[in-house]
Design a protein around this ligand. Structure first.
Ligand SMILES: [Zn+2]
Ligand SMILES: [Zn+2]
Length: 250
């Protein structure tokens, strides 16, 4: 196998082809039986007399030589074109190889990562999200919605309370502005009492009730009665007319 054609060798071939008379060369009988020249163009450019002899290769050699200039130029141009194509293909290949290497590195890096599990809103109304464990998690957007609802409920409640408070303040101011009567009617017993003092009728009732509670029950009274009976009998006996007294009266 021949060594690859070098750029310098191709340049030498191209220089020789460019310097030579453009082909194809054709037989030009007016200059002689074996004179060949380039007949196209403004004036005749000849290569001179070419004698190929009578051998069986003569016709082939003649054809080869006559077309050499144009064939060499065509082949050299194709070599240049293929070289350029190979160069750009090599560049594209090395770019692709570099891109592939970068992607393989990235794949190796990504493969070492712990994977996140996708999570979906159970109501199907929020976008999906990822978590770093295999367990299902409550939807954070739903939770935010719930908290938002709770917040607005609380705000409404506070607004209601503030409304009640200001009504109570107004009522308090209204009542504070009134002058209370010096004698008040007791809500419990209906008796009159001095403003700022306790109801004396109610106090009396309370004292009476306490005294009543101290008194013995009926059962206790019967028991006391039983203890007192012998004394009663004794007193009764003393009250009867004494026999001695009766005798003395007689
Ligand atoms: Zn949700
Ligand atoms: Zn009272």
């Amino acid at each position: 196998m021949n060594a690859p054609l070098s750029e310098q060798r191709l340049a030498e071939i191209l220089a020789r082809a460019a310097a030579a008379t453009p082909g194809p060369w054709e037989l030009c009988p007016s200059y002689g039986a074996d004179f060949y020249a380039n007949l196209s163009g403004s004036y005749l450019r000849g290569v001179g007399t070419l004698v190929f002899g009578d051998g069986e290769d003569a016709a082939a050699d003649r054809e080869f030589v006559l077309h050499a200039a144009e064939d060499v130029r065509e082949l050299a141009a194709e070599v240049s074109r293929l070289w350029a194509e190979r160069h750009s293909t090599n560049e594209a290949l090395s770019d692709a190889a570099e891109a592939l290497r970068v992607q393989r590195d990235r794949i190796a890096e990504l493969e070492t990562y712990e994977q996140l599990s996708p999570q979906q809103c159970p109501k199907g109304i929020h976008s999906d999200w990822l978590v770093d464990s295999e367990y299902a998690h409550a939807c954070p957007w739903c939770r935010i919605d719930d908290l938002g609802t709770a917040h607005s409920n609380a705000v409404n409640l506070i607004a209601g309370l503030e409304c009640d408070l200001s009504a109570a303040n107004a009522r308090l101011a209204e009542l504070e502005a009134l002058t209370p009567a010096p004698i008040q009617t007791c809500r419990k017993c209906g008796a009159g009492y001095d403003l700022g003092q306790p109801c004396s009728a109610c106090q009396f009732q309370t004292l009476m009730a306490a005294e009543q509670a101290k008194r013995p029950s009926e059962g206790a009274l019967a028991e006391q009665r039983h203890l007192v009976d012998p004394l009663d009998h004794a007193f009764e006996a003393l009250a009867l007319p004494h026999p001695t007294d009766a005798g003395s009266a007689l």
